[in-house]
Design a protein around this ligand. Structure first.
Ligand code: 3PG
Ligand code: MG
Length: 376
């Protein structure tokens, strides 16, 4: 992949207008007085270096972003007002447009919407790594209209994730969890070609265990993915599955532990202590660790120990650690371990898609822009 154009490639910015696509799709809660409060401003804080650099270089900066999935219609609960307020505190003088997804042209990548978006702007900066897997108007359109570069967040994400794909220190261990195996089969296949060990936990592990013929009780099963899991298990990469679990009984109250065979009616909701210890030992010996997806239903303290053990092992381990995906990142934050992780990705779906394909629509748009010649 040829390198991305970056901020330093822009011509002098004094008096110029710059449109910045950010990903400020952050969790927002409603306070007792009805006001909307940002629950986690990580993605806004991360954008400060790009925005400050542009302002310091004399540009007038306008940010555009989406919030939630309003699918082309106005929704008063999804206006960007709380984001605008926080942004004003973080980088005074930067403007922000209303939620892009209030307009159906955004998700449809409508050329007329792209025209309206870039009107009056000299340059475009994509700093929304976490949305760069979407071929939406604000992500892929502006580079077809005006000179366009990658911001700091985007460039840094691509640098770190490309490093994992091209030259990871070994052993390279990936820890994958979460509920939906079908969503992650593509990235699991791609990672299996790169890593030395792939540890699988969370709801998705039970389709793998079913593929091996184990009794999984009432645990999550994706029948349509059994064959794909069996093929992966037959492949050359070491895939490590849970060997014990913590499960919830059919009365939805009893919690019981099982080894590899889970009783009828019991749904496994966490990896067990033996599995956690095995995973931790493999993580401790890794030189590079990538984690995406929790090991269980960690919001419930009865099923949080596996995710906590993995989080601590990654934080304590000597290897270069990369964590992506909203649930894994919130587990890390909740445990106060963010300072011990080498790299926390702003992108969930985007980081997985990048690891799977080595590229994203938003990156290709920057590389293929007909205006690249206008840049340094
Ligand atoms: C995210 O938060 O994952 C990104 O902003 C993308 O949002 P989307 O999944 O609604 O496209
Ligand atoms: Mg998402």
């Amino acid at each position: 992949m040829t390198t991305l154009p970056v901020l330093e490639d822009l011509p002098p910015l004094a008096g110029k207008r710059v449109l910045v696509r950010a990903d400020f799709n952050v969790p927002i809660t409603t306070a007792a007085d009805g006001s909307r409060v940002i629950a986690d401003d990580f993605r806004l804080v991360e954008s400060v270096p790009t925005l400050s650099w542009l302002v310091q270089n004399g540009a007038t900066v306008v940010v555009c972003a989406h919030l939630g999935r309003p699918h082309g219609a106005f929704d008063p609960k999804l206006t960007v007002a709380p984001l605008q307020a926080r942004l004003r505190e973080l980088v005074p003088g930067v403007e922000m447009m209303e939620n892009l997804r209030f307009d159906p042209g955004e998700e449809a990548n409508d050329p007329a919407f792209v025209d309206r978006l870039v009107e009056g702007f000299d340059y475009y900066v994509n700093d929304g790594f976490a949305v760069s897997h979407r071929a939406h108007a604000s992500v892929v359109g502006p580079p077809t209209r005006i000179p366009s570069v990658a911001g700091r967040v985007l460039a840094h994400e691509v640098e770190v994730l490309s490093g994992l794909l091209s030259d990871p220190a070994r052993p390279f261990v990936a820890v994958v969890g979460g509920a939906k195996v079908a969503d992650k089969l593509g990235v699991i296949r791609a990672l299996a070609l790169k890593v030395d060990s792939l540890l699988v936990g969370g709801g998705m592990a039970f389709t793998f265990l079913a593929a091996q013929g184990h009794a999984i009780g009432a645990s999550l099963l994706d029948p349509s993915s059994i064959d794909a899991c069996a093929t992966l298990l037959d492949g050359p990469t070491q895939i490590v599955l849970p060997s014990d679990v913590v499960a919830l009984g059919p009365d939805k109250a009893t919690v019981a532990s099982f080894g590899l065979e889970i009783a009828d009616g019991y749904a496994a909701l966490d990896i067990g202590p033996d599995t956690a210890a095995r995973f931790a030992a493999i993580i401790a010996s890794a030189k590079t660790v990538l984690w995406n997806g929790p090991m269980g239903v960690f919001e419930d303290p009865r099923f949080a120990k596996g995710t906590e053990a993995v989080a601590h092992a990654i934080a304590d381990g000597p290897g270069f650690s990369v964590v992506g995906g909203g649930d894994s990142v919130s587990a890390i934050d909740h445990l106060g371990l963010e300072g011990q992780i080498d790299y926390v990705s702003t992108g969930g779906g985007a980081s997985l898609e990048f690891l799977e394909n080595g590229d994203l629509p938003g990156l290709a748009a920057l590389r293929n822009s007909p205006f690249r010649g206008a840049l340094g």
